[in-house]
Design a protein. Structure first.
Length: 565
């Protein structure tokens, strides 16, 4: 059976081309009606009522239709060929020229005029009502030729200007047919999957809870438990934890005399983060403070510099079974290096567990799932002095169980744990600071730009050489983590394709101002500095002690004691 499609053409001359194109395919049953903007939206709403499967239109008309109907809407793209045709027509016109339209037209137009160095202004409108005032202003400024869609050309004509309609060519219409088929099949497939998943959930009856990051419960199902076994405060505690997609987290909470094991995954759907929690009743020895994840792909490490290449070489040649101590400043990437070693050590089919040093001394061997092969230990700075020997003993107990143990610390923490640091059976790996591996800086910058271009859709795809020189001269006290944060800020601010020196200078100057403010905070005795920091964090967290303690990396009880003192 053919897919029933309505093509709402915003101008009459488009109809003949659509008729020609529809003969070249046999999947869509294409019906054609003429209607621009609100008129086209009314036609589309009636088509939805009549049972059409998909709507095809163009530009502002497609945008309005999409807001009015609940069936798929395909926008006919203005192709590069369409833009080149109209620019060729306008090429011999000597007067001032401009392109005016919605973003679906002007984005492509701006790219082409920039790439081909064509002297022509491009103006983007958000609403139809903006068109006439803009055209009248352009006329005052001496423009004589206006190119755009139907509403733009009509406005130009009514104000005594020449207008050229940017028409969609055959290739753009055939492309819209293909996308209409793909979109319809995708929607049909997702609808089937959704129905199937709902039926499977009914059969499986898992004890589960789904809620958003703001705490709104969107789904819950209880089979073994007669009702939700968590209090509102426990839900709030779950919500306040930090989660990353594609990782599995395990928590244990108390429900009266019962222990509840909670397996948590975060999923982003339609730009909303959902926490999917599976709950089960467990015995006491199933409690665990481990955070577990699977490393299924080799982490990407940049090691053009000799310092980083030597670091990786030493890591990969570490004796089998030997505990590894990663020593490096904050932000150098010790956790990433641990993941890299886990993967390269042939452990990508098993799990890597992360745990803080303070939690490790409370961990029992029976708490460790048999699927775990590597344990990464962090936050050694939270260890209290008298626990140092207990911590070292716990590390070697894990080694004796056949686990690969990787601990990370800063150079100052290395001195605190001298017995561990200089133990003959420990392999010490020193992570270079970014200032000691400047040869990697340009590639790291390019990698982060590509990462955010893919993840966030940022525009910048290249950085100027003089901007790189600015980065080279900065000391990077926050190391790679600071560079990554700065590049993210830069590409979010930059709307063009190229990161300029002045953008980097602006952000580095801002960083220096923040550091000057921090210098004021760091004046005084250790106790006075600690009190200032606690007060600042409490104020930023609206005096919520749970969130403040989490940011500070301490328990609520410790925070309370420090406030009391």
């Amino acid at each position: 059976m053919k897919i029933k499609a309505l093509f709402v053409a915003p101008y009459a001359t488009m109809k003949n081309l659509i008729e020609e194109c529809k003969q070249e395919q046999d999947v869509l049953d294409v019906h054609i009606q003429i209607g621009n903007l609100q008129e086209g939206a009314a036609v589309a709403k009636e088509a939805e009522r009549q049972g059409f499967d998909v709507i095809i239109s163009r530009g502002g008309t497609a945008k309005i239709i999409e807001e009015e109907v609940n069936i798929p809407v395909v926008d006919v793209h203005v192709s590069g060929y369409d833009m080149l045709r109209v620019l060729t027509l306008a090429n011999d016109f000597n007067g001032k020229k401009a392109i005016v339209g919605f973003s679906n037209i002007t984005m492509g137009a701006q790219a082409i005029t920039d790439l081909l160095d064509i002297s022509m202004e491009v103006f983007t409108i958000e609403e139809e009502q903006e068109t006439v005032p803009l055209v009248q202003q352009l006329k005052k400024e001496g423009y004589e030729l206006i190119m755009g869609d139907v509403v733009t050309v009509n406005a130009a004509s009514n104000n005594g200007l020449n207008g050229i309609l940017i028409q969609s060519g055959k290739e753009a219409i055939l492309d819209s047919f293909q996308r209409a088929v793909s979109v319809y099949k995708l929607v049909e497939k997702k609808s089937l999957e959704s129905t199937l998943q709902r039926e499977i959930l009914k059969l499986a009856q898992p004890d589960m809870l789904v809620f958003t990051e703001n705490g709104s419960v969107v789904y819950e199902n209880w089979a073994v438990f007669s009702k939700r076994p968590l209090s509102d405060q426990q839900l709030e505690d779950l919500r306040l934890q930090q989660y990353t997609q594609n990782k599995t987290y395990h928590r244990v909470m108390q429900n009266g005399e019962e222990q509840i094991k909670i397996t948590i995954n975060m999923r982003n759907i339609m730009e909303i983060n959902y926490l999917v929690c599976f709950l089960e009743s467990v015995t006491l020895n199933e409690r665990s403070s481990l955070e577990i994840e699977a490393i299924t792909q080799r982490p990407f490490l940049i090691n053009q510099s000799q310092a980083m290449a030597e670091c990786i070489s030493l890591l990969l040649s570490a004796p089998s079974g030997s505990p590894i101590l990663l020593i490096g400043e904050e932000g150098t990437g010790k956790r990433l290096l641990a993941k890299y070693f886990h993967y390269e050590n042939g452990e990508n089919r098993s799990l890597l567990a992360s745990i803080s040093a303070a939690d490790l001394i409370e961990l029992r061997i029976e708490d460790i799932n048999e699927s775990i092969s590597t344990v990464y230990v962090h936050s050694l700075h939270l260890l209290e002095g008298q626990h140092g020997d207990i911590f070292i003993q716990a590390l070697f107990q894990l080694k004796e169980q056949g686990l690969t143990v990787i601990a990370s610390c800063s150079p100052s923490e290395q001195e605190t744990l001298r017995r561990l640091s200089y133990h003959e059976n420990v392999t010490r790996i020193r992570m270079p600071a970014l200032r000691d591996r400047k040869e990697d800086l340009q590639e790291l910058t390019t990698y982060f730009m590509a990462l955010y271009h893919q993840q966030l859709g940022t525009s910048a795809v290249r950085i100027k050489e003089d901007a790189i020189e600015e980065l080279q001269h900065y000391p990077w006290p926050g190391n790679v983590a600071e560079l990554k944060a700065l590049i993210k800020d830069a590409v979010l601010l930059e709307k063009g394709y190229i990161l300029e020196k002045k953008r980097i200078q602006q952000l580095l100057n801002s960083t220096n101002q923040i550091k000057q403010g921090m210098n004021q905070v760091l004046k005084g005795t250790l106790n006075e500095i600690e009190e200032k920091i606690i007060r600042v964090v409490l104020e930023e967290e609206d005096f919520n002690q749970t969130r403040a303690a989490k940011r500070l990396g301490i328990t609520r009880a410790t925070l309370w004691r420090k406030l009391k003192s």
